[in-house]
Design a protein around this ligand. Structure first.
Ligand SMILES: O=c1ccn([C@@H]2O[C@H](COP(=O)(O)OP(=O)(O)O[C@H]3O[C@H](CO)[C@@H](O)[C@H](O)[C@H]3O)[C@@H](O)[C@H]2O)c(=O)[nH]1
Length: 457
């Protein structure tokens, strides 16, 4: 049981999802909100491994943010094998209990009862947990991906009813009846909405999340209203309060990733908009034959490149590739991505279309080649290729040499690339306006700060 206290100063319990790029943006937002409201106390809960990763580059947290490790759901003596699906399953099953214990500890230590639960939107039990704690605690979830992906989860029951039966026969049908989705096909949806294993723990979590979010006091998103007003208006009609506060990397840049491998000085020596930057996010490595196809296409077209690739995947590159291209490009395990994409020498980004990468490329003004893998990534790719028209989706869904060469030519050499750069510049201008002092995202951030820092009722 949470001990009631007499101290009515606000205390925000922040619950992070410890996989993929979820916890890092939530910590950045916590940091920003804590600086805006020094009298509010923030307890940040994550698993030991996630916390140690994100805290290593966030060493200057304000004094009103205190991190706490919570149980990751693994049984005693569990042998970690790197099977993320299994670890995620164990974590999800234990999450409610783990966080509840963590919150009780933070209340005990700080002497402040919790006034607000600010959680990753994945935690469908947020409202229930707020009610368990009692005293009018607010639940304010954070959706880390884009508004269209959120929409697909809010409309899951409707989509399931509309596409009941053998969905494989209908995967090219458009989702025209959902606001903003007229260019989106059934096959672009995240797994677990209408295809894939609907009974998996992860799919069930997302389904319950879609049903729970309309009950949240407010939902905030790392996006900006002007990116797609149709989604903005529709989400506002479905949620009690929907606050777009991004692109967050413009409002409060995340902790700087050090330029350990000298990417920026290397880029300084390259020609304007000539370099390909390759990264598939924090967790995905394409299949070996795709890595080979991409390497051969880069070499064939002599495109200068920076490739963020984990050391253990380098063995899949073609024999001699690293040696023959040592003056053409660099292959490194981790890049200061946002900075790289902001450099004028970068002309194209080959990406899995994770939401953070997408926002960073808009801010950098760099057109993309999309090779989506799972979750929201196909949806993001569809928006990029067919709606915003700021990039191309790889033909057939996998990296192939000739198709990659065509994409490089189109973006780096032809008129198409110029037009994409023009369109991405317009989006960047909208993002800059949204995050300017009087812009929509700045207003929403002030509203979020006011909300989470409200005293206990
Ligand atoms: O060498 C690198 C590679 C990546 N990054 C950073 O890592 C983040 C990657 O984030 P994202 O593009 O969102 O990809 P994932 O890590 O794969 O993110 C997960 O979480 C996202 C937000 O919910 C979803 O959109 C994705 O589909 C999901 O895979 C970005 O901020 C990058 O700047 C670096 O700094 N250096």
């Amino acid at each position: 049981m949470t001990k009631p206290t007499t101290d009515d100063h606000p205390h925000v319990a922040v619950l992070a999802f410890p996989f993929g790029t979820h916890a890092a943006p939530l910590l950045s937002i916590t940091h920003h909100l804590a600086a805006l409201s020094p009298s509010t106390h923030f307890s940040f809960f994550g698993t030991p491994s996630s916390n140690s990763f994100i805290l290593s580059s966030n060493t200057n947290l304000p004094p009103n943010v205190k991190p706490y490790d919570v149980w990751d759901g693994t049984p005693d003596g569990y042998a970690y094998t790197g099977d993320v699906q299994e670890e995620m399953g164990l974590f999800i099953s234990a999450a409610h209990e783990s966080f509840r214990k963590g919150v009780d500890r933070a209340v005990e230590e700080s002497g402040r009862r919790v006034s607000c639960l600010m959680s990753d939107a994945f935690f469908w039990f947020g409202k229930e947990m707020a009610e368990e704690i009692g005293g009018g605690v607010m639940w304010v979830p954070f959706w880390t991906a884009g508004p269209h992906a959120l929409s697909s989860h809010l409309y899951t029951d409707f989509i399931r009813e509309s596409f009941a039966g053998d969905v494989t026969q209908r995967e090219d049908e458009l989702l025209s009846s959902i606001p903003g989705m007229s260019r989106v096909r059934v096959c672009d949806l995240p797994e677990g909405v209408v295809f894939g294993r609907l009974d998996s723990l992860f799919s069930q979590m997302l389904h319950k999340m879609g049903q729970a979010l309309p009950k949240a006091d407010a939902v905030f998103i790392n996006s900006f209203e002007e990116l797609d007003p149709t989604f903005t208006n529709d989400l506002k009609s479905k949620l009690k309060c929907c606050l777009n506060i991004g692109p967050f990397n413009l409002i409060s840049p995340p902790a700087q990733v050090p330029d350990t491998y000298g990417c920026i000085p290397w880029l300084d020596k390259q020609q304007l908009a000539s370099v390909a930057y390759v990264s598939f996010g924090s967790a995905t490595i394409p299949l070996p034959h795709e890595l080979v196809a991409l390497a051969e296409a880069l070499e064939d077209r002599k495109v200068p490149f920076i490739w963020s690739l984990k050391d253990n995947a380098k063995v899949h590159l073609p024999d001699g590739f690293l040696e023959t291209t040592k003056f053409q490009g660099i292959v490194i395990p981790w890049a200061p991505q946002a900075k790289v994409l902001g450099h004028k020498a970068v002309g194209v980004f080959i990406t899995h279309c994770g939401w953070n990468s997408l926002l960073e490329t808009i801010v950098g003004g760099v057109p993309v080649i999309c090779r989506p893998f799972y979750g929201d990534q196909r949806l993001n790719a569809r928006m990029i290729g067919d709606v915003w028209k700021i990039g191309v989706i790889v033909n057939g869904g996998v990296l192939a040499k000739e198709a990659m060469i065509d994409c490089f030519d189109k973006i780096l050499l032809q008129e198409d690339g110029k037009q994409m750069r023009g369109r991405i510049k317009s989006l960047k201008d909208l993002a800059l306006a949204a995050t300017a002092y009087k812009g929509s995202s700045s207003d929403n951030m002030r509203e979020l700060s006011r909300l989470v820092s409200s005293p206990c009722k």
